[in-house]
Design a protein around this ligand. Structure first.
Ligand code: NAP
Length: 113
């Protein structure tokens, strides 16, 4: 199974890379500057080229202290980036796993699904 791990140079992505390889999966790493999830065209080209069975998004803007002064970048990476991935994965019918954080969703909220 071919898995595209985006944000592969980060803490979580790097760990997913190691664990995935150790578990016998074919892990395709992707991160800045080669793949920018805020650029929908880049995302589309990467999926077309690599044809993964699954995409895992561990890419994120994680500098909490700077997020208020770099709002545009934070929203671009953490809101628009995952939206791009969702759209392109849906286009190619590839499942997407997006790793969030309990700072955003702690499992206690009532969701309308
Ligand atoms: N670490 C944990 O224990 C943990 C636990 C639960 C959930 N999470 C969630 O997992 C995600 C990643 O966390 P992390 O701790 O691994 O963060 P991190 O170490 O900051 O890694 C994020 C990675 O995403 C890359 N990135 C940033 N903007 C990008 C873009 N536009 N396109 C592609 N890649 C981009 C970063 O590259 P640059 O460094 O060059 O910006 C970095 O390599 C976050 O959503 C976090 O909330 C993490």
């Amino acid at each position: 199974m071919k898995i595209l791990v985006i944000g592969s140079k980060g803490q979580l992505g790097h760990e997913l890379l190691i664990q995935g390889n150790n578990s016998g999966y074919e892990i395709l790493p992707a991160d800045l500057p080669d793949l920018d999830i805020t650029d929908k065209t880049q995302v589309k080209h990467r999926l077309e080229k690599s044809q993964p069975s699954l995409v895992v998004n561990a890419a994120a803007y994680t500098n909490v202290d700077k997020a208020e002064t770099e709002q545009n970048l934070a929203f671009a990476v953490n809101r628009d980036g995952p939206a791009n991935l969702a759209e392109i994965c849906a286009l190619f019918k590839v499942p997407l796993i997006h790793i969030s954080t309990d700072f955003v969703f702690d499992g206690k909220k009532n969701l309308l699904i």
